[in-house]
Design a protein around this ligand. Sequence first.
Ligand code: ZN
Ligand code: ZN
Length: 231
Amino acid sequence: MSSTKTAYNFVLDLIFPKICSGCGKFGEIVCADCQNQIKIIQTPTCPKCGKITPSGQFCKSCKDESLLTGLLISADYRRGPVKEMIHHLKYSGQRELALPLAKLLVSRLKISKLRGQIVVVPVPLHIHRQRLRGFNQSELLARAVCTKLNLAGANALKRIKFKKTQVESKGKERRENLIGAFKCVDGEIIKNKTIVLVDDVSTTGATLEECAKVLRLAGARQVWGLVVARG
Ligand SMILES: [Zn+2]
Ligand SMILES: [Zn+2]
């Protein structure tokens, strides 16, 4: 880094000091102590019943209930600063948190050793929400994963229905709101590929399921969900 850049960053740090998302200490966006509290989930299990499966895919008894091949959950939502990091990324616009969060996704993805030609696809936000937020956090995560692992990526899905946020709507209403919410806009890149669908958090899995449906219809061979944590 050039000395001008270093000096510039030094001044920036004085005006906007970096604060740890986990403990509020000055200096880093995530301090080493908080980072050490995050544990990557090592055991691949069926997302539905928790039975151990080779890569974290749905087991034989659960697989008919899902259009996802499997769901890879990187870390525990409530352990260490994970929840706060996601929250600060989404609602305080701290884009730089996408990088340490993407590292968790990368670690989890490496454990699973997925086969086939992988294409990383972020869960899209509706254009209205993306304009309000200024970015799509899932896209930032997906891009960082592609860069780290040298994988192909595409904004292959578009959100065409604008509804209340997931937090505002519950259960059945949430699932109904999602029907027809997504559209595949790049069928060519999806066809016969192993899709890694990236989102920050999955709560009920309804969003990932709806996206998986659209991607399968567009010809994806497998669709894996990859999330930082289960909310
Ligand atoms: Zn900390
Ligand atoms: Zn199962």
